[in-house]
Design a protein around this ligand. Structure first.
Ligand code: DCP
Ligand code: MG
Length: 367
């Protein structure tokens, strides 16, 4: 049996701003771009969320709903610094950590539990350390698998703590709405709603044929998750399956020539990382974030493994150029390579010399 923690900082960017500027503490803080520049909210403090403000909302709407909100421009390098501090504290508890973004990670604490500590005590201790050593509040979910832990950490935010005891997974999930389940997006949730399936418990109770008919190839995995079973491991940096480089722009970019030059620079950066680590990959991906914060990736697989600049550049540019539309602007652009050739043993050892690299860490240009 495993014990997994999902840890997610509360209102991360806004919390850092409140920490660094005590005048903002306890106030409605809106981190993001100015309304007159068609800016959007990156995140809002919980004081502002009470007024219906949320991430990715146009700042103009946010200011309308919450006129007392204080707009603060984002400082990505400071968030990255705080993130490193937080991830360092996680890593003191266990090496088995999988960062998902700057403010969120899975931790496999099985060996800590086997060493005699209770999951609840581990979670409380972790929350306490983050609070004392960084001043930030952390929400924690604990369970026997990743999907249950992740749902748990979100359920009781901010400063949340949800521990799901082994054996209680299905009962814990049963009353929750189906869209809380990983893999059930808004469209699927709507379809299930039309069939009268509203809760995860209701979903889990459907017959096998219904799952096959409704989800096709995903049937088994969704059914397992609905029952609180998920054997997906915590992927640590050491088993990193991709390398990437990404940039957040100070101002959104729509100009084709400018985008091309950024994508080429990112591609060269990834090619150099591959070379340094003795790796070659076949799948090239681009990660794109639009001005409204919609984020998506596109990928393409080459017929051969490579770490050469040209094919990575060309593939990344082909993927990006297919997404260009008049008036569409980008606030983040990343290039990644995955699907590696099996590394030689010596190279595997070399990989573990860089335990602090994690995929898609934001680097900021021009801020
Ligand atoms: N973020 C962003 N745009 C989004 C969502 C998030 O720029 N559409 C940034 C700002 C957040 C950070 O990523 O502070 C972490 O995202 P979360 O979804 O974890 O949101 P928060 O930490 O802000 O709030 P919560 O307390 O809900 O976790
Ligand atoms: Mg968060």
């Amino acid at each position: 049996m495993r014990h997994i923690i999902h840890a997610d900082l509360d209102a991360f960017y806004a919390a850092v701003e409140q920490l660094d500027n005590p005048e903002l503490a306890g106030k409605a803080v809106l981190v993001g771009g100015r309304p007159e520049n068609r800016g959007v909210v990156a995140t809002a403090s919980y004081e502002a969320r009470k007024f219906g403000v949320h991430s990715a909302m146009p700042m103009r709407t946010a200011v309308h709903r919450c006129p007392q909100g204080i707009i603060v421009p984002p400082r990505f390098s400071r968030y990255r610094e705080m993130s490193q501090k937080v991830m360092g504290i996680f890593r003191e508890l266990t090496d088995l950590i999988e960062p998902l973004s700057l403010d969120e990670a899975y931790l496999d604490v099985t060996s800590v539990v086997e060493g005699g500590q209770k999951p609840l005590a581990i979670a409380l201790d972790l929350k306490g350390r983050i609070a004392n050593e960084t001043g930030l509040t952390l929400s924690v979910g604990v369970g026997t698998c990743k999907s249950v832990a992740k749902i748990g950490s979100d359920l009781d935010k901010p400063d949340g703590l949800v521990v799901v005891q082994p054996g209680d997974e299905a009962e814990f999930l049963a009353p929750l709405a189906v869209n809380k389940l990983w893999g059930i997006g808004p469209k699927t949730a709507e379809r299930l709603h039309r069939e009268g399936v509203e809760t995860i418990g209701h979903l889990a109770g459907q017959p096998l044929e219904w799952f096959a008919r409704t989800f096709g190839q995903r049937a088994a995995s969704i059914r397992d998750k609905a029952m609180g079973r998920d054997d997906e491991p915590v992927h640590t940096e050491r088993t990193a399956k991709s390398l990437s480089s990404e940039t957040t722009f100070a101002n959104d970019i729509g100009d084709e020539a400018e985008l091309r030059s950024v994508v080429e620079r990112k591609a060269v950066d990834v090619a150099h990382q591959l070379e340094r680590k003795g790796l070659k990959g076949r799948t090239v991906s681009v990660k794109l974030r639009l001005s409204d914060f919609t984020t998506f990736t596109r990928q393409s697989t080459l017929p051969y493994h490579t770490n050469a600049e040209e094919p990575i550049k060309e593939t990344a540019w082909a993927l990006l150029s297919a997404e260009l539309e008049p008036g569409r602007t980008f606030r983040l652009l990343g290039v990644g390579v995955s699907n590696f050739d099996e590394p030689e043993e010596a190279e595997e050892q070399q990989l573990s010399l860089f335990p602090d690299d994690y995929a898609f860490l934001t680097d900021v240009e021009g801020v």
